[in-house]
Design a protein around this ligand. Structure first.
Ligand code: SAM
Length: 299
């Protein structure tokens, strides 16, 4: 069932905030991802970014054995690899499957699926956030991982758009041929493979009806560093379309599917709000709220 179809060449009104979203195409449908992928040609997408179900028995999934889960994920992953551009990246964002207090880190059970298909793991980004369930018989979980895989060594990669401010921007070489010159990159430093920003809980500006949205900033960082303007980006488990918002904000073309009609509807709504310039998102790079600082450190 398709909640909508192609929605092409949307031209925004004057209230739009960014040139990148002035002329935008997007394709978001209500469909099982394996069915959706049947219609996609090989090598289509420069970036595939997703957060699949974790087999936790949420409303949108049926709980199954770990072997069945890996088999189902493998089918989607193999199809994603087929439609990935040769210079493209796959970012699989996962946490833990939990069974009776025992945790199974999902990236460890999916690692062999990607590796045996010939992909190379470039980073296992640890995304740390401050809120979640409080555990009593083990430590409370406060991170998930984004596993960045590529097909080849010449993958698209731009570090500059995701640089963060250097800790000591005026630090200088104190000896050698460059003595006295600033030692760091004036554009900022590499953000490292540990990322810290809030997860989408009830007071987050991006919160919708979905129980497990990822923040737009998470996708923005991947989109601007791993794709070029005009590239196609795909999310096979798109939920309420956070990936589409991030892709359109930066002039990329999002393709996504989800099996729950209400989520697809919200995804469309968010995209339309974005194109009108009225969607609220947490800005990329905004400092984490710190109660010890005046105004939480938000200026
Ligand atoms: C963890 S959520 C993704 C949320 C998304 N990242 C967002 O920001 O809204 C996983 C999603 O996968 C969807 N889903 C589960 N099985 C699917 C399938 N076979 N094909 C497409 N979507 C599926 C669920 O409905 C759910 O919305």
């Amino acid at each position: 069932m398709s909640a909508s179809g192609w929605v092409n060449d949307i031209v925004t009104d004057q209230s739009s905030t960014s040139d990148d979203v002035q002329q935008s195409s997007y394709y978001l449908v209500c469909e099982d991802n394996l069915t959706f992928l049947e219609s996609i040609s090989d090598d289509s997408f420069k970036l595939i970014v997703t957060s699949p179900p974790y087999n936790l028995g949420k409303d949108y999934e049926s709980r199954m054995s770990v072997d069945e889960y890996v088999e189902l994920q493998s089918r989607t992953i193999r199809e994603c690899i087929r439609v990935l551009h040769p210079n493209g990246s796959i970012c699989w964002q996962v946490g833990n499957y939990v069974d009776n207090g025992e945790i199974v880190p999902i990236d460890t059970i999916l690692y062999p699926v990607f590796k045996s298909a010939g992909l190379k793991l470039r980073n296992r980004i640890v995304w740390h956030f401050g809120h979640g369930l409080h555990c009593t018989r083990r430590l409370s979980g406060r991170y998930e991982t984004i596993n960045w895989w590529t097909k080849r060594d010449d993958y698209t990669w731009h570090l500059d758009p995701i640089r963060v401010p250097s800790k000591y921007p005026s630090k200088r070489y104190y000896k050698g041929p460059n003595a006295g010159k600033v030692s760091g990159n004036p554009k900022g430093k590499n953000p490292s493979d540990v990322w810290m920003f809030p997860n989408v809980k009830s007071n987050h500006p991006e919160k919708t009806i979905h129980p497990c949205q990822f923040p737009v900033e998470l996708v923005e960082r991947l989109v601007v560093s791993m794709t070029d303007k005009g590239d196609k980006v795909f999310d096979p488990y798109m939920g309420v379309g956070s990936f589409a918002v991030a892709a359109l904000m930066h002039g990329r073309v999002p393709y996504g599917c989800d099996t729950v009609p209400e989520y697809v509807e919200v995804a469309h709504h968010r995209v339309i709000e974005l194109l009108k310039g009225t969607l609220k998102t947490r800005p990329m790079g905004k400092p984490i709220y710190d109660p010890a600082k005046p105004n939480g450190g938000h200026g």
